[in-house]
Design a protein around this ligand. Structure first.
Ligand code: GLY
Length: 262
């Protein structure tokens, strides 16, 4: 049996995922990489869910949501901390409504609170690093949404700070948590004052998409095709799994977007 580099206390016990719909190519995208192949996308999504399952997460699988081609990017509709579940109001009008129906499921696990208009938040803009949350200000998450979220986080004993999002759709297009005191960051994001104090793994030229790497229970799940990032992450005290998400990338998505972990 292959042993993990370190025995880790699980951070997460559950994952919510949503199956892609046949209308997946109608979703929002700026990637310019062409339309995703639905069947290939489903295969990649299945492989992703299998990895989460293998890392010990109980999978809560939702059906595709008709009329919402981006709904399998389920991370955007909630922020789940160890203490509270915040149901968002997505900033993209085409995605408003994806959050409906989630409250019943989440209320089995956490107190639930909602972001109210005119506030907008998408979970892709919210990075949890231990008890601290970075909240990206982006085209999808506005200042009022960040203010509401920040107040909810503070009232549950968390700390937070807003961070303007530069390049990329969401904050987590540029920065993710890599365990310990480490962050994986794009070159654009490196050196930002908000992340001073963290060790920064700054991505190599041409490998910025690998910023969307997902830490689950001591394993980093990273997109396939970024060999220099793979080599660097392999030197850490974490296991690394690569997965092909080519069809997901075509829709501006990535590894973090396709699940809610808690
Ligand atoms: N396609 C993901 C998004 O734009 O929300």
């Amino acid at each position: 049996m292959m042993m993990s580099k370190l025995q880790k206390k699980p951070m997460f016990r559950h994952a919510i995922v949503r199956r892609p719909g046949i209308d997946c190519a109608q979703g929002l995208t700026t990637a310019g990489l062409g339309a995703p192949d639905y069947h290939e996308l489903c295969k990649q999504h299945d492989a992703y869910v299998t990895i989460l399952d293998s890392l010990g997460l109980e999978i809560h699988a939702l059906e595709a949501l008709s009329g919402y081609p981006d709904a399998y990017f389920v991370e955007d509709v909630a922020i789940i901390t160890p203490k509270v579940a915040v149901i968002t109001n997505p900033g993209a009008p085409a995605r408003q409504g994806e959050e409906d129906g989630l409250e019943d499921l989440l209320s089995d696990f956490r107190e639930t609170v909602r972001i109210r208009p005119p506030g907008t938040v998408e979970g892709g803009d919210v990075l949890m690093v231990g008890n601290h949350f970075f909240v990206g200000l982006s085209d999808r998450t506005n200042e009022e949404g960040a203010r509401q979220l920040g107040a909810i986080l503070e009232s549950h004993g968390h700390t937070w700070r807003p961070v303007p999002v530069g390049a990329g759709l969401h904050l987590k297009s540029s920065i993710n948590y890599a365990g310990g005191n480490r962050l994986i960051v794009t070159q654009d994001f490196a050196g930002r004052e908000e992340i001073a104090g963290y060790e920064q793994i700054i991505l190599n030229d041409g490998e910025a998409y690998a910023a969307n790497t997902l830490l689950v229970n001591g394993t980093l799940i990273m997109p396939a095709g970024y060999p220099r990032t793979r080599a660097r992450l392999s030197e850490l005290d974490l296991d690394v799994i690569e997965i092909d998400v080519s069809e997901v990338q075509k829709m501006d998505g990535g590894l973090t977007c396709m699940s809610l972990r808690f």
